[in-house]
Design a protein. Sequence first.
Length: 346
Amino acid sequence: MPIQIEFRNVTKTYGSVSAVRDLSLSVCRGEFLTILGPSGSGKTTVLMLLAGFVAPTQGDIVITGKSVAAVPSYRRDQGIVFQNYALFPHLSVRRNLEFPLEMRGVKAADRTARVDRMLDRVHLKEFGERLPSQLSGGQQQRVALARALIADPPIFLLDEPLGALDRNLREQMQGEIKSLHKEFGSTTICVTHDQEEALTLSDRIVVMREGQIEQSDTPESLYDRPATRFVASFLGEANIFENPGFEVEADGAQSPGTVAMIRPERICIGAPGNSARADEDRRQSVPGVVADMIYAGPLRKYYVRVGSSMLVVREHVGSGQQIFKPNDDVRLDWLRSDVRFLANGR
């Protein structure tokens, strides 16, 4: 796909603080890109730079081949959704949706038809005359999404769009956002600190740290093959083998300056006397003692002391499983091919 958005060596400073440092990033047309990172990583500044709410200190931002670094936000053809929805409280749902069409000079008859279609699309056909205060949080979020998309912008920006919703509603809205992206095809940039949200929604994830890109890849590759210790620990849980008290076996040699890592769900837990697996020659097996077990609905999470390490094991709950308790002796094993080597990073 052709590149639609480019950040070219962009830096944004506030006094002596660099919120974004020498950022170079390209986004393809129609891509759903999520920028993920902890507070202070620069992810929101990147979105504000693209939206035109702040200007870069150095570098350039290019959209479809043209520099927009000096173009004000109201002249950029973009839709944006904020965490707090930012709906006009004194206007009905219908009038909220009509507003961006009015600003673009769309005729009244066309506005009415487009609003009707959009209300139907976001399942709010019966709520057009209500005020935002008369809607639930999920309904307000759908209005915000609809208002941002109704003018069919080529670029769609999401700033922590689901942060104000409870868990069940967030999961429901994730499906709605994916469906709307597929239907409208806008190039979408989403900023979030929610790892699950990023993995669920994205074609590609950019992990930021201290104003710079730590790693950029597809969700599956980023989770399964993180490049650095920071990415592995930030995106999901990770068992880092640092002075573990036993030799960690892996396919391939460990390079200097790296640490070994394995994800908790890649580790199997069983009783010490369990019979060998069919692929035992491809596995490493170590004895351990359960320190704690946490039941979390579909999962059990075990904390197991092995040597000088505390390993986390995540097991899907199923019928007939043996359940281990604190102080139980267990055997852990994993495929050597599931061990990853990570750069320790800065």
